[in-house]
Design a protein around this ligand. Sequence first.
Ligand code: API
Length: 274
Amino acid sequence: MRVDFTKMHGLGNDFVILDGRKEALPVLDTVTAAAIADRRKGIGCDQLILLENCDQGDADFRMRIFNSDGGEVEACGNAARAVALLHGVSAKVLTDGAVISLEPTDGGATVDMGEPRFDWQSIPLDYAMDTASMPVSWGPLCNPIAVNVGNPHVIFFVGDTDAIDLGNIGLEIEHDPLFPERVNVNVATVQSKERIKLNVWERGAGLTRACGTGACATAVGAMRRGLVERKVMVELPGGALQIKWTDDNRILMSGPATESFRGSFEWSDYADGE
Ligand SMILES: N[C@H](CCC[C@H](N)C(=O)O)C(=O)O
């Protein structure tokens, strides 16, 4: 079966988007997702995004998210903006993490990512702990905050995020038994009450040029510690996102999204054993 795709990115965090809403696609399993996402033998992307029809409540459609390791996860902020641009009009989208609201803007989108969760069971952690100031450390990284913004994040605030070799320490923290569903690792520097500099090691994808949910989690974590205002710019290697934590406890993320190209592939070239 020949399948069409759209290649997109949000600040360099890139996606292959498959739209199964008009024509049902074959079942997408972990092995096939990883093969399509593979940058050497596949099309290559940080996350594979699958759009599907859904009859759930007020959602217009469903967005499924597969990291480049093939694992299906709950949330992807940059992909949400890309899907908003692709869809072209406002929409409510069902994800495994929450029903999110997409609002296309000129060259990007604003996404209501829902409410943050801070209790240790919602991150989740393996045992009870104060998620606002965790008494743990890995090398130079210590005393993080943990937030779930649909997916799990741990955030370290340091003096200079670029001085931390996240490519070396990220994998160890991602797979630490403290995080039973693994974790996205954020290392941030608060530059002012309105600006944060951030690098992210993503669960199931490694270092990426940007991480929308990481920007959301880091901004809310910094706000929770009183380090920044409730509207901040988060500067990632690929560019900046505006994050706002509203008075009614919603996280609003605004930023660009870009369509790179469109193409098609033979499903059997990537499916396992088909
Ligand atoms: N690696 C993340 C999913 C993608 C998040 C990131 N690409 C974003 O823009 O939010 C996870 O496993 O939770």
